[in-house]
Design a protein around this ligand. Structure first.
Ligand code: G
Ligand code: G
Ligand code: MN
Length: 607
């Protein structure tokens, strides 16, 4: 029921510990028989060394005799408990700990011991006042007659990792602001409902609700008040419309989705659409002001308008756009031809095909600052597209289209080459060496062209590989294909750095961090913007930083906008920051000027 990070020992380590224990137990039995020989002395010395080895092992290691009495514990270990807790432990026997385990786990353990086979698993145990999640392994040790002679127990405290995983799990499924299910989770639930209804041959309706004129409100009221408005809207919809059979989700800043009951009818949906509009039309009282807003509602029907979750959601959204086009404050059912979203995407794709040859792309650069000495140590390259017809769409409007159409491959290669050339130019101009971080989309990893593109960009420009960093997101690792793994190891062999971007927004399994050797972890800016507010996120970023350091990664915090955030991050041991506090991404010449001024200010500071 938890996403448990798989932080198991490698088999090699377990084997080592196991063998060590074996020898140790031989040693103890031989003492009992008091046969002091030369060989024994040798063994004694050997055992002492082994004992030290275990003592220094970060895992808690416990050796019990067959009556489950404590023979040895590596008392230097402080990972799980302090000295007083050790004392307490020494006076407890194995049965004491067993009583804390759920019945099924306890009987599994006892069964395995009886059968003389190792048991391993994760358990929750009280240590003094604290409950700890422990990854444990219990290895029965046999004597020469194949009878139980000892038990070797090794434990690792994985509580921190569990805590991070749980919090990330919540963020992956729920909207941080309202606590309602998010888009990803809503889509999953919709998929399940489709499955059930399809089997029974029924139909139902979904409703996309979008607030009108939000950009205007953001500009006039500010983000804080508008965030409160979203919360209040969510609460009103929840109170006014949601019963057992319906699901309300918060799928975008000002977008909500309601999945109606399994047998919902058009008539029922109409009535509900009207009540949604009315609930939102009632004045909001925020910051001692009365705010009046309206919403647009789009509806689509299963199975008439779509057979799968994403089609249904797209069509409800298209219907919502249609309602908005008519002035907002109304609802629309989906009709054929309402495919405005898709049309925009097609137009974008056709414009993208010529963007490189028409010289419409330009790179912007955002500084990365090292917190220990305030030095400018890197830049992130961000792609910008000047296209009049599409009104200069930002990357999040065209990158996914470039990915779908395969155009990301040539575009990505172009970005790499330009970025490396620029980095070399700056090196020659006497700028301090900056690590150039380039975003690479998961799609680019699906073939081995990425390795060729990187190699080419490096050789054409002459940039040292260690000055190049590739940023990839967790999504890449989701499909965990052999190709991805192969590309990552080839790129590591080239000597370029790898960083995990937008950490905490994807579907993080912390086991990735161990498997793929990332040099840097970039904490997503949503965590950073929360630092000023809640204590929860304060501790969460702290835990993430500590964990990353545990994996030998350096940490960059993205989206740092305030001095408070910077200070908190520095206290938490974060290595580097980037964000508007220093500078947004700038064209190359503006970036140069910025860097020059930054150095001057820094120098003045140190004199
Ligand atoms: O500034 P900003 O809006 O630029 O970037 C939005 C998103 O677009 C970021 O998440 C970033 O990862 C992505 N992005 C920006 N430039 C590039 C690029 O050159 N290649 C890829 N694949 N993604 C990019
Ligand atoms: O996802 P990725 O980290 O690659 O993209 C970085 C994105 O974050 C870009 O869109 C960039 O413009 C944006 N960005 C950079 N610094 C800040 C900041 O301080 N605040 C906010 N809100 N966005 C930022
Ligand atoms: Mn990035």
């Amino acid at each position: 029921y938890y996403i448990v990070p798989m932080l198991k020992h490698s088999t090699l380590v377990s084997f080592l510990v196991f063998s060590i224990a074996l020898i140790l137990s031989l040693f103890i039995t031989s003492i009992l028989s008091r046969q002091k020989s030369k060989k024994l002395q040798e063994q004694q010395q050997y055992s002492l060394i082994l004992q030290q080895l275990i003592a220094q092992n970060s895992s808690l290691s416990i050796l019990l005799n067959k009556n489950m009495e404590l023979l040895y514990i590596n008392a230097d270990n402080t990972q799980l408990m302090d000295e007083s807790q050790f004392k307490q432990l020494e006076s407890r026997d194995f049965a004491y700990w067993l009583q804390y385990l759920p019945e099924n786990i306890r009987s599994n353990i006892l069964f395995n011991i009886e059968q003389l086979v190792p048991w391993s698993g994760e358990v929750v145990l009280p240590f003094g006042q604290r409950e700890r999640h422990v990854s444990a392994r219990i290895a029965p040790i046999k004597d020469s007659n194949q009878q139980l002679s000892h038990l070797l127990i090794t434990c690792d405290d994985i509580s921190e990792h569990i805590a991070i995983s749980n919090q990330l799990f919540i963020r992956e499924h729920y909207n941080v602001l309202t606590g309602l299910p998010n888009r990803h989770y809503a889509k999953e639930s919709l998929g399940k409902q489709i499955q059930q209804v399809r089997d029974q041959g029924g139909s139902f309706i979904i409703m996309h609700i979008d607030l009108d004129r939000i950009r205007y409100l953001n500009d006039t009221l500010g983000h804080n008040i508008v965030d409160k408005l979203f919360c209040e809207t969510g609460a009103r919809l929840q109170r006014g419309m949601i019963n057992d059979g319906r699901i309300l989700a918060h799928i975008g800043a000002d977008e909500f989705l309601i999945i109606l009951d399994k047998a919902s009818t058009t008539e029922e949906a109409k009535t509900l659409a009207i009540s949604a509009l009315n609930l939102i039309k009632k004045p909001f009282l925020l910051a001692e002001r009365e705010i009046n807003i309206t919403a647009s509602v789009g509806l689509s029907k299963f199975p008439a308008d779509g057979n799968d979750a994403s089609t249904l959601m797209r069509r409800a959204e298209a219907a919502m756009f249609a309602a908005k086009e008519e002035g907002g404050g109304r609802y629309q059912f989906y009709k054929k031809g309402m495919s405005s979203v898709v049309e925009i995407q097609l137009e974008t794709e056709s414009q993208l095909r010529y963007a490189i040859e028409r010289n419409e792309f330009i790179l912007h650069y955002q500084p990365v600052i090292q917190l220990s000495d305030n030095q400018l140590v890197g830049v992130e390259v961000l792609l910008r597209w000047h296209n009049d017809e599409l009104k200069n769409p930002p990357p999040d409007r065209f990158i996914h289209i470039a990915e779908k159409s395969g155009l990301i491959i040539p575009i990505g290669a172009w970005v790499l080459e330009q970025a490396c050339n620029q980095a070399v130019k700056w090196l020659h101009n006497g700028m301090p060496p900056l690590r150039m971080a380039v975003n690479i989309s998961a799609k680019q990893f699906e073939t081995d062209e990425i390795v060729g593109s990187v190699r080419n960009a490096l050789s054409v420009s002459g940039l040292p590989p260690s000055n190049l960093e590739l940023e990839v997101t967790e999504n890449l690792l989701l499909n965990d294909a052999a190709q991805v793994y192969h590309n990552i190891s080839e790129l590591k062999k080239l000597g370029v750095h790898l960083s995990l971007d937008d950490f905490g927004t994807g579907y993080a399994s912390l086991s990735y961090l161990q498997r793929y050797q990332f040099d840097t972890l970039k904490i997503d800016r949503s965590f950073i913007s929360d630092i000023d507010g809640s204590d929860d996120n304060h501790t969460l970023t702290k835990a993430i930083i500590a964990m990353a350091h545990g994996f030998n990664m350096r940490v960059i915090a993205e989206g740092v906008e305030t001095l408070t955030q910077r200070r908190a991050l520095k206290e938490q041991g974060c290595d580097m920051v980037q964000g508007y506090l220093y500078s947004p991404a700038l064209p190359a010449d503006h970036f140069e000027q910025w860097a020059k001024r930054y150095h001057e200010v820094q120098d003045a500071h140190f004199i």
